[in-house]
Structures are given as structure tokens and as C-alpha cells.
Write a protein that binds this ligand. Structure first.
Ligand SMILES: [Fe+2]
Length: 393
């Protein structure tokens, strides 16, 4: 392993082996380009060095397909013609929407097989989680967009897929490497698997539940734990996520009323993502509004139920322009977000830091983007950039 100083890292760099923050936290997988956010994250945490056993791959070499020799090209064209393929046929681009649908089909399949007592191969689950983690790591913004879209299908399955994706994004922001993302993602995917042992008339009931019915629902974490251990053979670490996903940080959850750090950290992540996914599920064109309300709800009245540190990481990921963040406007103004706009999250109130003439104003100038329709945010600015600017660097 060799050490690399943070200053040596540049966005777009690709290494042929994984780069690690420490023994168990991976910064970036092999052959995945380093992003500016990755480097900013390290700076934010005060990390000065990372480690890798690999080398930098020269720009362009890794990502471009290998150039074929003329002989190879001729034989490829002949092969295509023999198969009757059109020479101009475009390759099918696999978008994250395809990945999303695959994971949906996977959880649907697992639920059906377990419900029918057929069992399920754990290797298939693990390799699907492997692929999902790689896909999510590539571009978390696209991924979060997919989660906020309306998806057809069974409520419980869509919820499981969304909670899994959100958990992976949160885990990545917490600096988790592959070895932690796997149990986190698998636990998130299977968190409600115990519902297969609760009668359908209860899980599908649209009206309010009787006390007896609610008590039956509350057995699903324990059923899920047993399924994960006995039928899926996935071990305690994953089973505990399933068992503890309704425990609350303040000890008010179930089934064991565990408190604080006695709850597995993966279960603490999944519980936030599960609640958020459920709150934002029923939405249409008012996406951003509802999503913002969901965030406030997690932060507000029910915040004691969740690990505050994880809530913070989660909200930082989800908020479009969080209070305190820096943005640039279309007239060149650089400003700090001072209050969010719950109805129109893209139009918060901002305080000017550098005006349109590149000057630092003496008096505080607030712009309400809701009132000033000709102005809009063009991009978020990193805090380190603003710090440098205010230090006159
Ligand atoms: Fe649940």
C-alpha cells in the first residue's frame, strides 16, 4: 500500500486498484473515476492521506474501448452481417432505471419464494447487492432522482428498493467501504421480509388497524430475523438489521425497546431511510415539495427516534440547497442559503456574499428568490471554495 496526499488527488483520476481512507473504508473502487465530491468529503473530514495498492491509470486509457486492429474489425463486421445485425444498430444503454427494475424484480421474487417456502439462494442476493453498490457509487444524484420518481408496483417492494438505495447513498456518505455497504444494503433490501408471515388481509388493509392487527404487524421484524438466519443463511449481522429496523434511538421502538448505540448502526441507517421512503412514496408532480416536508418531519417532531448524526448525513444528501450552503446565481452573485422554501425548494432565500461586481458588500443583502423571478441558482458552491474566496486567496 502506498500513501497519497489529498493534494495529489484530482477529479477524474482513475486507479487500477481501490483507494482506501483506512483499513475498512474505501474511497473509490478500481477503475472508477474520482469525483470532486470525494475529494471535498476528505477535506471536510480533515483526512490528509489515503492509501492504495494501485497506480493511476493514464487519462482516457481505461475508459476508451480497446482499438481493434483492421483484421479484428473486418471479422467483427463479417460476424455482424452473418447474424443479420444492422451496422448502425446502437448498443442498448443500461441506465439506472434498468438497475432499479432489476432490484424490484429481485425483491418481488424473494418475497414470493419465501412466502411459498421455496427458499432463495443467498449468492444471487449478494451479487445483486454488489452490482447495485457499484451502480449507486457511480452517480448518487441520478440515483436519488430515480428514488424520488413515481414507480409502478407493489408498495412494499418499491419501498424496499428505495430504502436500499437510500441506505447505500447514506453509507457512502459515511465513508463506508464495500465490506460495510454489503450488509447494510442486504439488510435494507430484506428489512420487511418478515411481512410474508403476516396475513395479507392485514398488510393490505387500507383502513386503520385494530390493536390485534397492529400487534400482528409488529411481529414482522422477528419473523424477518428468523427468515434471514434460517432460510437465507445470511448471518447475524444482516439479520440484526431486519430485527432492529423498528427500534428507535430514544428507546420507544420495538420489538426490544433498544436504545441509542445498542441498535446496530446499519439498522439506525435503514430506519431513517425506511421512514423517508414511506413518507415520500405517494407523490406526483409535487415531488420536491413533499420530499422537503418529509425531510423536515424527520428533523422535527420525531427526531429523537433517529440517530442525529445519521439524520444529518442523510439530510445533507437529500436537501437540494440546505440552509448554510453556498450557491451561485445566474447574475454571478455568490450567496449563502439562509432559509429554505418548502414549497419551491429551488427558490430559497439567500444572503449575498459576493455581489455581481465581484465585491464583498458591507451591509447584509438578502434576496428572496421566490420574489425575484429573473434570478435563479445556477450551481452549488463548495464551502472550501467560499472559504478561499473570503480569505482573498
Ligand atoms: Fe418494517
Amino acid at each position: 500500500m502506498k500513501k497519497l496526499k489529498i493534494e495529489e488527488l484530482k477529479p477524474g483520476m482513475v486507479f487500477d486498484k481501490a483507494v482506501y481512507i483506512d483499513m475498512s473504508n474505501m474511497l473509490v473502487a478500481p477503475m472508477v473515476p474520482l469525483k470532486e465530491e470525494d475529494i471535498n468529503r476528505l477535506k471536510k473530514w480533515g483526512i490528509e492521506e489515503v492509501e492504495t495498492a494501485g497506480d493511476v491509470v493514464p487519462q482516457g486509457k481505461s475508459l476508451k474501448p480497446k482499438k481493434l486492429s483492421i483484421k479484428d474489425e473486418v471479422s467483427k463486421l463479417t460476424e455482424m452481417l452473418q447474424k443479420g445485425n444492422s451496422l448502425v444498430e446502437e448498443p442498448v444503454v443500461r441506465t439506472f432505471n434498468h438497475v432499479y427494475k432489476d432490484i424490484y424484480r429481485l425483491i418481488e421474487d424473494i418475497f414470493e419464494k419465501i412466502r411459498n417456502g421455496v427458499g432463495y439462494g443467498k449468492e444471487k442476493i449478494m451479487s445483486a447487492m454488489d452490482e447495485l453498490i457499484i451502480e449507486v457509487s457511480k452517480d448518487t444524484n441520478t440515483v436519488l432522482n430515480e428514488v424520488t420518481k413515481e414507480h409502478e408496483g407493489t408498495y412494499l417492494y418499491t419501498l424496499s428498493v428505495n430504502a436500499t438505495i437510500l441506505s447505500i447513498v447514506t453509507g457512502i456518505s459515511m465513508g463506508y467501504g464495500h465490506n460495510r455497504l454489503i450488509p447494510l444494503a442486504t439488510g435494507a433490501l430484506l428489512h420487511d421480509i418478515g411481512m410474508v408471515r403476516v396475513p395479507n388481509y392485514i398488510t393490505e388493509k387500507s383502513g386503520s388497524l385494530t390493536t390485534d392487527e397492529y400487534n400482528r404487524i409488529k411481529t414482522h421484524p422477528l419473523h424477518g430475523y428468523r427468515i434471514v438466519i434460517r432460510e437465507l443463511d445470511l448471518g447475524n449481522e444482516i439479520a440484526n438489521v431486519v430485527l432492529q429496523h423498528h427500534e428507535a434511538y430514544d428507546g420507544s421502538g420495538y420489538p426490544r425497546k433498544l436504545k441509542g448505540d445498542d441498535i446496530s448502526v446499519y439498522a439506525r441507517i435503514v430506519s431513517i431511510c425506511d421512514v423517508y421512503a414511506a413518507m415520500t412514496k405517494k407523490r406526483s408532480y409535487r415531488d420536491e415539495h413533499l420530499s422537503y416536508s418529509a425531510m423536515k418531519n424527520i428533523l422535527g417532531g420525531s427526531s429523537r427516534k433517529f440517530d442525529p448524526e445519521i439524520v444529518k448525513v442523510f439530510l445533507d444528501n437529500m436537501a437540494i440547497y440546505p440552509v448554510g450552503s453556498m450557491v451561485q446565481l445566474n447574475n454571478g452573485v455568490m450567496a449563502r442559503v439562509v432559509s429554505a422554501n418548502s414549497e419551491f425548494p429551488l427558490r430559497p432565500r439567500v444572503s449575498v456574499v459576493i455581489d455581481e461586481f465581484g465585491e464583498k458588500g458591507e451591509a447584509e443583502k438578502i434576496i428572496d428568490l421566490q420574489e425575484t423571478k429573473d434570478l435563479f441558482i445556477t450551481k452549488p458552491l463548495s464551502k472550501s471554495f467560499m472559504r478561499k474566496l473570503s480569505n482573498g486567496e
